[in-house]
Design a protein around this ligand. Structure first.
Ligand code: G
Ligand code: G
Ligand code: NA
Ligand code: MN
Length: 255
């Protein structure tokens, strides 16, 4: 785990960099959106440092806002390139930690930032982990406020927490991401198939995007794209998270 001092040094030197992982639409092979995932890239090092080593430090020392803003700024600057590669409708999604829902600091900062880059908020999706999304009335209230401002809202890791289908009714999400524990081997797992079918019925009826995350083999990809029309797919099989410079060559090979 990184120390506070090491993390602050990385932030000051702008070494927090976004890696991007596409969510792809199997109906047309296009990228619907790109999830922003934090990495620390030290000069001269080939491998980036993974979030497992620095997100806990950032949470402990209250540095998540700085980290999120640095990723969002870099992504705002990358938006022209992303639009060139994937089309000008392509969206980006940013992960927020539960603490960042507590006040208006991050929503305000993100709103200002994207506005100053002339990027419509409807192209910015905020991902919030299911296990934290519904803890309290205040958290639900802050979700509503974010939605009212025009950000997209994604319920991440669905299936790991305790949201039930009935609760989806009252939540302002524009996207639901099915956790990879429900996606793994779905082609031969009847239990997961039934759950994902219900989610697919509900989300398509109410115009909410549905994303399957953690796709690692062809059987999963094939099953999901045949069985659930309109579902978006994300996972190592399709594309590992990668820096902006490596997206074009991935996409050229993919198409
Ligand atoms: O990027 P990776 O696939 O290793 O992500 C590991 C974990 O770190 C995931 O739970 C992911 O959501 C989280 N993570 C990555 N980047 C960010 C970020 O910018 N903010 C927050 N809150 N979590 C992130
Ligand atoms: O918590 P969140 O869902 O944001 O986590 C994203 C994490 O999932 C990142 O660490 C990313 O690297 C990882 N990830 C993305 N695709 C796959 C996959 O196909 N398999 C596995 N095991 N992890 C994945
Ligand atoms: Na996420
Ligand atoms: Mn997830």
């Amino acid at each position: 785990k990184m120390t506070k001092k090491e993390l602050i040094t990385s932030i000051v030197h702008h070494q927090i960099v976004p890696y991007y992982q596409p969510k792809m639409n199997p109906d047309n092979n296009r990228v619907d959106s790109l999830e922003v995932l934090a990495r620390i890239q030290k000069p001269g090092e080939t491998d980036a440092i993974l979030p497992g080593r620095f997100i806990p430090t950032a949470i402990q020392y209250d540095l998540m806002d700085l980290l999120t803003i640095q990723l969002a700024e870099a992504t705002a600057l990358n938006m022209d390139i992303l639009s060139q590669i994937f089309g000008d409708k392509v969206k980006i999604s940013i992960n927020l930690s539960p603490q960042q829902l507590a006040d208006l600091e991050i929503p305000n900062r993100l709103e200002e930032l994207f506005k100053s880059h002339d990027i419509d908020k409807s192209r910015v999706v905020l991902e919030i982990t299911e296990e934290y999304a519904l803890k309290s009335a205040e958290q639900m209230e802050s979700l509503n406020r974010l939605r009212i401002r025009g950000f997209g809202l994604s319920l991440d890791d669905f299936g790991t927490g305790f949201t039930n289908l009935q609760q989806l009714r009252s939540l302002p999400f524009t996207e639901v991401k099915i956790d990879r524990t429900l996606i793994s081997q779905i082609h031969q797992d009847q239990f997961s198939q039934v759950i994902v079918q219900s989610l697919s019925d509900i989300t398509s009826k109410f115009n909410v995007d549905l994303v399957a995350e953690g796709i690692e083999n062809f059987e999963e990809l094939d099953y999901l794209s045949r069985q659930y029309p309109g579902i978006l797919l994300q996972g190592f099989l399709i594309c590992r998270p990668r820096p902006i410079e490596a997206l074009q060559s991935w996409y050229t090979n993919w198409l």
